[in-house]
Design a protein around this ligand. Sequence first.
Ligand code: HEC
Ligand code: HEC
Ligand code: HEC
Length: 433
Amino acid sequence: MSRIRLGRILQRILVALVLVGVVVLATAWWLGTRSAPPVAASTEVFDDAELIERGAYLATIGNCAACHTARGGEPFAGGRALPTPWGTLYGTNITPDDEHGIGRWSADDFWLALHEGRGRDGQLLYPAFPYTSYTHLTRADADAIYAWLRTLEPVNKPNIAHDLPFPYNQRWLLAFWRALNFKPGANATVTVAATSNDNAKLLERGAYLTKGLGHCAECHTPRDRWGGLLRSQDLAGTTMPIGGWYATALTPDVDGLHNWSEEDIAELLQRGTSSHGSALGPMAQVVFSSTQHLKADDAQAIASYLKQLPAQGHRQPRASASGTTHGAAAYRQYCAECHGDEGEGKEPGWPALAGNRTVTLPDPANAIRTVLNGGFAPATQLNPQPYGMPPFRQVLSDSDIAAILNHVRGSWGNEAPPVRANQVQRARGFELD
Ligand code: HEC
Ligand code: HEC
Ligand code: HEC
């Protein structure tokens, strides 16, 4: 008798749990697939020269080419491999080709892709396409980019299928990811123009560019394990999942832009170097293909916006790197010729390592990668012939590199935690990119 009653109770609990589960899933599905209210096109004339020119500029600041142009491939014809922790995606063909590109797309279709992350058939798009940021664009700016893309030479090149294992190849599952991580931007019709003599307008423009087209958060903001941006730690700095570069904090923290002036930030974005160090690795590519082309007002707007962000309260960990005589000797042999005996650097093109942020970051990832791979600051209009640094991958052992970096990190006023040889060893495994 009581056993039967217990059985019934359990049955009811089970039914209730299933019902709750269904409601939760249905709500998440609704949240992840709902549409934002429609926003009318800003124009009916898409062949206006001024609109097209603005679109070209905006597409450059959005760095669309970085993902939609394959290495050595035709511009915007797709095929660029984008490795992620979940598999490799390929940028698509966004030339105005009818068959494989956006030839048949209307301005509304294009707007829905940028604003809502939806393809032409309404399918949910993978957030490797950073619509999580582009959703903050205004309709007018999206229309300008559309107008410009329509002027490109159509390229009849098929798209490459994404290489994603199950379950990540199931697009419909993106509905649940979106329920947690994506909300369409709300200011589609606001005009956000820069005027450097009105501070409020400048900050508004800076926020617009940083959050939207510049998609700075996509690299500089930490993510949860499913790739959702942790908005409470906006621009707080994080290790990039592929390649292991540390995208530094852009907040005014000690390990962020604390002692950078607005001019320093604008200079880094436009020139690729600043007195605090130069753009390296993925940031060098961002500067090269995108931010060097920022108009002065826009670079200034981003810099002003970043400088007024709240600090995240990072603290530099207590220093403990201390050099050895071996490290000091190896530094003199391999590095001093360019960076100076006291890490003071040399004009015109060899950066100081004393007080250099790449050197003093708690996370040594970028310093290790620079020594292993060498490199150039990006070639920009303001710095067309950057000086280079040779790679030391073949020349120095893991322990030599660790010893040199410990010398550099513990000398001339630098105070940063020590580097271990196995950190260098692990960094060797990553591709050069
Ligand atoms: C970080 C890489 C990245 C950047 C930057 C990027 N895209 Fe994409 N984009 C992608 C990927 C990957 C896809 C494919 C997404 C999918 O299949 O779900 C895509 C898809 C698209 C689509 C949908 C195309 C289709 O065939 O369904 C459009 C339109 C688009 N991007 C336009 C742009 C524009 C305009 C910009 C610049 C403002 C841009 N993208 C910048 C990676 C990027
Ligand atoms: C031939 C000259 C040369 C030599 C030798 C050299 N470097 Fe460099 N180094 C440069 C130049 C030029 C840059 C800036 C290039 C860039 O941004 O990629 C640079 C950048 C760096 C950076 C990044 C600094 C920043 O501003 O972001 C670090 C760290 C560094 N070097 C450390 C070393 C160490 C350690 C050695 C010795 C193992 C060394 N370098 C040897 C020329 C040199
Ligand atoms: C594709 C990834 C990526 C994007 C997008 C990106 N960054 Fe970076 N950024 C990095 C990485 C990695 C570093 C660290 C390497 C270095 O020091 O240059 C960095 C460094 C920086 C630095 C410090 C440079 C230094 O020498 O210490 C600034 C300032 C910066 N980024 C600003 C921005 C702004 C502003 C945006 C948006 C307009 C942006 N970044 C977008 C990856 C990115």
